[in-house]
Design a binder for this molecule. Structure first.
Ligand SMILES: CC(=O)SCCNC(=O)CCNC(=O)[C@H](O)C(C)(C)COP(=O)(O)OP(=O)(O)OC[C@H]1O[C@@H](n2cnc3c(N)ncnc32)[C@H](O)[C@@H]1OP(=O)(O)O
Length: 504
């Protein structure tokens, strides 16, 4: 977060004023409706929970009255929002468990209708369709109405996005293994996917003239290359740079997903040349220097929107935007970090050390060079010396060590990205993201990120996922349906070198 004292103090007072205003508005609505107002945080027992849920989660209208039933009063939504927001974490889990379990689908009526559908198989089509429609309606969870009603009150969509973030955290932390909670997550994800479909999103270009609050959020949400200060931020939205965000009318002033782009002559192979050195020109004078768009950071800002695929839509939309601004632009590529490579490598080295299979990773000559270069204590196994070496970033400053390590680390990294899988897809989440979008795993870059963070995360290696525009849908389908990774000669060459060495 940028600490600009005056601006920061002003902003936080505006923010808490806005928060207080919203709370006051909700309180007024609840007072008018004579409903409870919860001071934060409250502890509530099971009966209290049941009583509140039974009051605010209206029963599903019957099939016959489903289109005629007046919506439940807005105060129900407001009361639930306030009640839930005022709970401590463990009570939120109990409320979500109770809501998903006792206010979900009426399984008994579903099974009765399923049997009825079986009985009508020999009847006329109209009857079959009628029973199918009843069955479909009976699969609506009771709480879905409440979620829909909440989405219509001020701040309701943001509330639901944050509610889903809580659910995702419960699922990820295994605080609950309940299938009902997963079902609630599925219902909420499909509602959010509808509300945040690309047609309802607004593309905004962020510039130095954008509102200070937005600029501050762009800096705050930057998850890939942290913004150091205002000067850094100003340059990231200045000449030969673009910053775009998707926003949504239901969440004003909230960038949902942010994409940073560098406009360059060729596809960049180094991040310092993008986030450290900057064009000092005030304007983009030389358009001939702009042939490529480098996506060097993309971050989604709302945990509750995970799985809604905003990043993919944003990249595709920005490509169109840049093509209209720079018709000569023909190269679109990311310059992506490889989070997890160093820890994966450390794990591999300790496993190979245990199985004394070091020779499968490096050639004899390479091991000899590592031993000589690290002047480790006599008798220290070379694999131990290597583990210690890559555990620090010192080696990055030694020409000799860097030259010795490059071939081995590059082929290990190529294997990590291309060969290591999770459920058949790329293990590395960033690779998985771009490959899902239809990008080509195009080029590994040595000494691409020499920052301590870059060396610690991925031995300083970065990767270009290149978007060949007329191949992305084919590549995406190949990846998603057949788990085939589209890649380049360079990467395949490195992978086969690794396989030759380690007979994997
Ligand atoms: C230039 C670059 O490549 S920067 C590197 C990518 N950005 C980051 O790592 C920042 C943190 N990550 C994020 O902000 C988001 O996950 C994004 C923007 C990468 C993707 O978000 P969305 O577009 O909403 O996509 P969604 O949530 O559906 O996730 C799609 C894929 O992104 C990947 N992904 C999800 N979460 C993360 C995460 N925290 N970090 C990295 N990748 C992630 C996963 O592979 C996921 O596929 P999966 O759902 O099958 O596991």
């Amino acid at each position: 977060m940028i600490s600009h004292p005056v601006i920061w103090a002003f902003r936080s007072s505006v923010r808490c004023l806005r928060h207080r205003t919203l709370l006051k508005a909700t309180q007024r609505a609840l007072d008018v409706s004579g409903l409870r107002w919860y001071s934060t945080p409250i502890r509530v027992g099971v009966t209290g929970m049941e009583e509140i849920l039974a009051r605010v989660v209206a029963p599903l209208p019957t099939y016959e009255t489903r289109d005629k039933c007046p919506p439940s009063p807005e105060s129900n939504s407001l009361e639930f929002m306030h009640f839930y927001s005022s709970l401590v974490k463990e009570d939120k889990l109990s409320v979500l468990t109770k809501l998903s379990q006792d206010f979900g689908v009426d399984h008994k009526s579903v099974s009765e209708l399923a049997l009825k559908l079986l009985d009508t198989q020999l009847r006329d089509l109209a009857t079959i369709l009628q029973v199918e429609d009843r069955l479909r309606y009976s699969l609506t969870p009771r709480y879905k109405q409440l979620l829909n009603h909440i989405s219509r009150v001020e701040g309701g969509v943001k509330f639901l996005v944050d509610l889903r973030a809580d659910i995702l955290e419960i699922i990820a932390s295994k605080a609950s293994e309940s299938a009902h909670i997963r079902d609630l997550n599925g219902t909420l994800k499909s509602l959010l996917s509808e509300w945040f479909s690309v047609g309802l999103l607004r593309l905004e270009r962020i510039t130095w003239q954008s509102p200070c609050e937005i600029l501050q959020k762009i800096s705050h949400y930057e998850a890939v290359h942290p913004v150091r200060n205002w000067t850094d931020l100003k340059r990231r939205v200045g000449p030969y740079r673009r910053c775009y965000a998707f926003t949504h009318a239901a969440m004003p002033g909230e960038p949902l997903v942010v994409l940073h782009v560098a406009l360059t002559e060729d596809i960049s192979d180094n991040i310092q040349s993008i986030v450290r050195e900057f064009a000092t020109l005030d304007s983009e004078e030389d358009v001939n220097k702009i042939n490529a768009a480098i996506f060097y950071s993309i971050s989604s800002t709302q945990a509750g929107l995970q799985g809604v695929e905003l990043g993919n839509y944003l990249i595709k939309r920005v490509v169109r935007e840049l093509q209209s601004e720079f018709p000569q632009m023909g190269q679109f590529s990311s310059l992506s970090p490889i989070p997890g490579f160093s820890s994966w490598l450390q794990g591999l080295l300790s496993q190979y050390k245990k199985e004394s299979r070091g020779s499968d990773l490096l050639s004899e000559h390479e091991w000899k060079e590592v031993e000589q270069a690290t002047d480790s204590a006599p008798g220290t196994p070379a694999i131990e010396a290597l583990r210690k070496l890559i555990g620090t970033s010192e080696w990055m400053h030694s020409e000799r060590l860097s030259r010795i390590l490059e071939p081995a680390l590059m082929r290990l990294c190529a294997w990590y990205l291309y060969g290591e899988k999770r459920r058949g897809y790329a293990l590395n989440p960033v690779a998985n993201f771009h490959l899902q979008n239809g990008a080509t795993m195009w080029r590994l870059n040595w000494r691409a990120d020499t920052s301590p963070r870059g060396v610690a995360n991925s031995c300083g290696i970065m990767v270009n996922y290149r978007y060949f525009l007329n191949e992305t849908s084919k590549n995406s389908a190949l990846y998603l349906h057949n788990k085939v990774i589209t890649t380049s000669e360079q990467v395949l060459g490195l992978v086969s070198q690794f396989q030759k060495n380690s007979k994997l």
